[in-house]
Design a protein. Structure first.
Length: 269
């Protein structure tokens, strides 16, 4: 892997002890915002308000920009009004992991006791309250300071769960959370696709076979919305997309035909 030089402190953001950041597009503008957990939590005008901080990305694609003052809107130190104290004043060690599911954005967070808490209505977190779905998700307890991450590791459309803790080590679990799409409703869900896709899962090569006389254009994006290069080979009704030169990961293949557009998930292992 290749990494940029360390940028510390990143954009002068400092929210307190044991910061646990996640990059996620909360407001739906295509830019990665920051949701940051911490050790104890924050207070607002009416008293203690949340264990989570929100920093809105006010930059552009590929050029993030954040105001480091969490008290200035659209930032907020009371994101989602999430509090799960065992006793007021004791540390919570919130560790948010927010993913897009078929029910919208959901958040799984760890805690000091070691259990996991699941919330939905995450889109409302800037000004509203996240809804607690389960305060002991999966009956999992990995020990103090649990820290979960959700990802579709085997590209089957269902999230897998990896959880760390204070003493070290990682545990792997399955989940029932279904991977969602960026849009709540697929605009062309009722239209027959003028193509079908063939390819070996993870190979980095897929064939788009067009039906009848249909043709279209193709674009490849990573999960952060960045465009990637690929070789396009035309062979009659088949367009071969070869992105083997790109890093391993999950990509979105945008297929446009006429005025209609579809998005397909493809994987490079």
């Amino acid at each position: 892997m290749t990494f940029d030089v360390v940028s510390y402190p990143y954009m002068n953001i400092a929210i307190g002890v044991s910061a646990t950041p996640q990059i996620v597009d909360i407001n739906g503008d295509g830019l990665g915002d920051l949701v940051v957990g911490e050790r104890t939590g924050n207070s607002g005008v009416g008293g203690r308000c949340s264990n989570l901080n929100y920093f809105e990305n006010v930059g552009t694609t590929g050029n993030a920009s954040f105001n480091p003052d969490v008290t200035l809107a659209p930032n907020t130190q009371c994101f989602g009004q999430v509090l799960f104290d065992l006793q007021v004043g004791l540390p919570q060690y919130s560790t948010p992991c927010i993913v897009r599911t078929q029910q919208g954005l959901m958040m799984l967070t760890g805690s000091d006791p070691g259990t996991l808490l699941l919330y939905d209505q995450v889109e409302n977190g800037k000004t509203g309250v996240l809804t607690l779905v389960d305060d002991h998700y999966g009956s999992i307890d990995v020990g103090n300071r649990s820290a979960p991450v959700l990802a579709d590791l085997n590209a089957d459309g269902v999230y897998e769960l990896i959880v760390g803790n204070q003493r070290g080590g990682l545990e792997l679990f399955g989940s029932e959370l279904l991977v969602g799409y960026t849009s709540v409703e697929e605009p062309n869900a009722g239209l027959d696709k003028p193509y079908h896709i063939n390819g070996s899962l993870g190979s980095g090569v897929v064939d788009v076979t067009w039906e009848d006389e249909a043709r279209g254009s193709l674009k490849l994006f990573d999960m952060l919305g960045r465009a990637h290069l690929f070789n396009s080979i035309e062979n009659g009704p088949v367009t071969r997309v070869d992105f083997n030169t790109e890093p391993a990961g999950v990509y979105l293949l945008q297929i446009t035909s006429g005025r209609n557009q579809w998005v397909e998930k493809v994987v490079k292992e």
